[in-house]
Design a protein around this ligand. Sequence first.
Ligand code: HEM
Length: 444
Amino acid sequence: MADIATATRTVPFLTRLTRHRVPVHALEAAGAEAAGRVVRLNMGPFRPYLVTHPDHVEQVLTGNQANYLREGMFWDPLAPLLGEGILSDGENWAESRRILQPLFTARHVNAMAENMARIMDELIDTTIVPGQPFDVAKGMSAIVHPVIVRLFFGAKISVEDINRLVPAYDVAVTAKALRVVLPFVPEQVPMPGDRAFRRAIKAIDEVVYPRIAEARGQEQEGDDVVSRLVRARTQDGGADGDRLIRDDLVAMHGASTETSTTALSWVWPVLQAHPEIAAKVYDEVDRVVGDDPVGIDHLPRMPYLKMFVSELMRLYPSGWILPRTAIATDVIGGVTVEAGSTVILSPYLTHRLAEFWDRPTTFDPERFAPGGDARRHRYAYWPFAAGPHVCLGQHLFAMEAPLLIAGILRRYRPHVHLDQPPVPRLAASLRPPRGLTMTLEARR
Ligand code: HEM
């Protein structure tokens, strides 16, 4: 009799990828065929397990979390960017998490929020030219990125350095996109994007290391992330200590800007595709904010905008893939997962499971009306992951998203230049299609 592991269903991925040439369609087809069961994805020489059912997600992210490490062929190509801190695993990760977690609690983020609101308002003012088409992702990045840089580095970074960091990060997180969908190609085999990646890392390090050296040389009273990291790591001196601070800063910076920028890029095509939902969002912003700059006291009074953002993160979760390596053999949903195997979780697929979501592909913010959570499996919705690695930035994003959306809508109405709803692009995050443009028209 075949044992459970050999009886595990294998679903095609690589052939679908080459046939359709639209990776997200290959992913959706694999998810539909799995329908919540644990399956193996046939990626040619490599067959990771795909885990989407909420019970199974809970086992990997929480119940037996210590068995599933963030390492392996998906993570290795990004190691020079992410380093050995908060986005690694094991002891180094635990130490970084202990230092960083207190900086991003809801209370602490609330304290930063007024500052964020002010910087955001200035940036919306200075970067948007009404009536002029712009690239949606670049436009969002031009606002999100400097906001994050200011929160992380305080006044310790010049505008020139911000302008060097922004494109370097963009290259660093996108250059390895091909390796994310073809993770079995060895690092020694050159692929498009490798050289650009190395150049981007160099540019990032040339900005970040001098900021650390400067911060170490001063009395650090500041509340920005560099000052706090330097204070927390006074006993980790020399090049090794600098490296630890660099790794956390760079990993946090990458994790916060790429995810927020792509999430906020989806706002505009989604509003355009759903005029009746857009009308409710516009109405709420008009009633609550009016002509004033958006402040944090407006946020609790815009519940529909909050529901809209939650639904946006259901259908377009920036962190669409979470790869793990199993340390010991485990059984998930009756399937034996051997030690050393790669396990792939995807909120994109869990959030579209028909067993847990009524009309799963319909965009409907009402799902997140008060009381909705209680009717849902706790692990049916996890755009920010869960368990010990749960996103450190979720409170920050909960503040950043309505500030940006309402900040734009109080002055402008969007028009996206696209006839049909866009197909997501599987990159380091779930990006809208390349070249998506929009125009913001002044309201009055
Ligand atoms: C739309 C916005 C965001 C989304 C969808 C998102 C999603 C996620 C997900 C899915 C993870 C788990 C990764 C894994 O375990 O493999 C994660 C971790 C993380 N996120 Fe976010 N994130 C967002 C914004 C932010 C922001 C603004 C920050 C900045 C503070 C941030 C910092 C982090 C960090 C440091 C981790 C690693 C936590 C750990 O492993 O202990 N994220 N995020």
